[in-house]
Structure formats: C-alpha cells, structure tokens
Design a protein around this ligand. Structure first.
Ligand SMILES: CC(C)(COP(=O)(O)OP(=O)(O)OC[C@H]1O[C@@H](n2cnc3c(N)ncnc32)[C@H](O)[C@@H]1OP(=O)(O)O)[C@@H](O)C(=O)NCCC(=O)NCCS
Length: 195
C-alpha cells in the first residue's frame, strides 16, 4: 500500500489496493459508471442512505459532487473513494472517511455503499480492511467511527468482522431515507488489534 502523502500535499490520495479491490479518489471520468450503478441499485440503497436529491444522477450534479470532494480533500474535511474490482476495474461502490476532526480528537467517520450486483462477495470487507490502516497511518487518525441502523444486518456484520466495537446507541441520530432514525454507534482505535 502506498501511504506517503503528507497532509499538506495538494495531490489526491494515492490509490489503495486490497485483496480484491482498489480504492481511489473519484474523478469526473467515473460519471457514467457511477450513475449507471447507482440507478441500477437505487431500490437496494435508498432505505439505508440520506434521501437522494432529484437531480443526483445527472452529470451537472456529479460535477458539483467532484467540486465538493476536491474542496473536502483540500481542507482535510473528508476523504472520498470509489471502489473498483481488482480483476477487471469495474466500479462497484464507494467509501468515505468524513467529518474529520483534528486537534484533540483526530477522528473521522466511515461510510460505505456497494452496488447491488456486487453484494455479499466480500468486496466491502476487503475495502474496509485496507482503508482502516490507511486512515491510521496515512491520515494519522486515532479513532474511526461508524453508525448504522440496527436493522442493517449487513452493515452490523461488516463492522464487527472488521474490528469495530459497538460503543453505544444514539436516538434519532441521522435522517436516513427521510426519517430520523436511531443508530448503533461503533468505534475502532488505532491501538485496537486487527481482527
Ligand atoms: C453494508 C454493505 C456495504 C456490505 O457490503 P458487502 O460487499 O455486501 O459486504 P461483504 O460481502 O464484505 O459482507 C460483510 C458481511 O456482511 C454479511 N452480509 C452482507 N449482506 C448481507 C445481508 N443482506 N444479510 C445478511 N448478511 C449480509 C456477509 O455475509 C458478511 O458476513 P460473513 O463474512 O459473516 O458472511 C452493503 O450491504 C450495502 O451497500 N448496503 C446498503 C448501503 C448501506 O447499508 N450503507 C451503510 C449504511 S450504515
């Protein structure tokens, strides 16, 4: 894994390679594959995500998304990645380390999604397994957090098998699919043993 970026560099993060996947910073050229996969997976993803804006899958909204990502990267606020299958380079999903807090916290929040054709094949486990050490080593975070709706069995299982510990329960924590929903809170520390 190439982990040599310093936080002051304006360069995008280098791609991160895992067992079966590659994570890299989103680019405008990803639009067609991203929009097609999101459209194909809309029914699968919408129960677990914030409500999609009406124009979300348009090229202009994607361009705005790329601008926001670039600003987030520049200001060390968030690190977005698209997820590609190693064997053929297909775009299969996305992850983000968001809400980066420096100072005395050195923490960030992990989020992820995978396209419906690619579920339950171990791809997100592989992605989280290579992103976690990058977050600790490259971004020098001390703590990663994640939250999921208690009925999201896939997300709970993913977090627990990648070494996140359940730390709490937050009522009406995030507005998901148009409703304020309770969430399980998970955390993983730099000093935790990898599972
Ligand atoms: C959560 C999500 C990213 C998991 O991605 P994935 O690539 O399918 O996950 P993996 O194949 O690596 O599987 C991880 C674990 O979850 C289990 N799992 C995955 N989908 C499952 C399902 N629908 N029901 C039960 N278990 C499931 C897998 O079996 C595996 O556990 P195991 O190793 O004990 O068998 C995917 O389901 C998703 O995108 N869901 C919708 C969006 C979402 O929930 N985002 C997160 C909001 S908190």
């Amino acid at each position: 894994m190439a982990l040599f970026r310093t936080l002051s560099s304006p360069e995008p993060l280098p791609p991160i390679t895992g067992d079966s996947v590659i994570l890299r910073t989103p680019q405008m050229a990803d639009f067609a594959a991203w929009a097609a996969l999101r459209e194909q997976s809309r029914g699968f993803l919408t129960p677990w995500e914030p409500t999609w804006p009406i124009d979300d899958l348009t090229r202009s909204a994607f361009r705005q998304r790329m601008r926001r990502y670039a600003e987030d990267l520049r200001s060390d606020q968030a690190y977005p990645f698209f997820l590609f299958r190693k064997e053929d380079g297909a775009l299969i999903g996305g992850l983000a380390l968001a809400n980066i807090r420096r100072g005395v916290a050195q923490a960030g929040s992990l989020g992820y999604w995978i396209g419906e054709p690619y579920i339950k094949q171990g791809y997100m486990t592989a992605a989280v397994r290579c992103l976690v050490p990058a977050a600790f080593e490259m971004l020098r975070l001390h703590r990663l957090e994640a939250a999921c709706i208690p009925t999201n069995i896939a997300s709970v299982r993913l977090l627990e098998k990648t070494g996140f510990r359940r730390e709490g329960y937050a009522r009406a924590y995030l507005c998901i699919n148009g409703m304020w929903q309770d969430h399980l809170l998970y955390g993983r520390l730099r000093t935790d043993q990898a599972p």
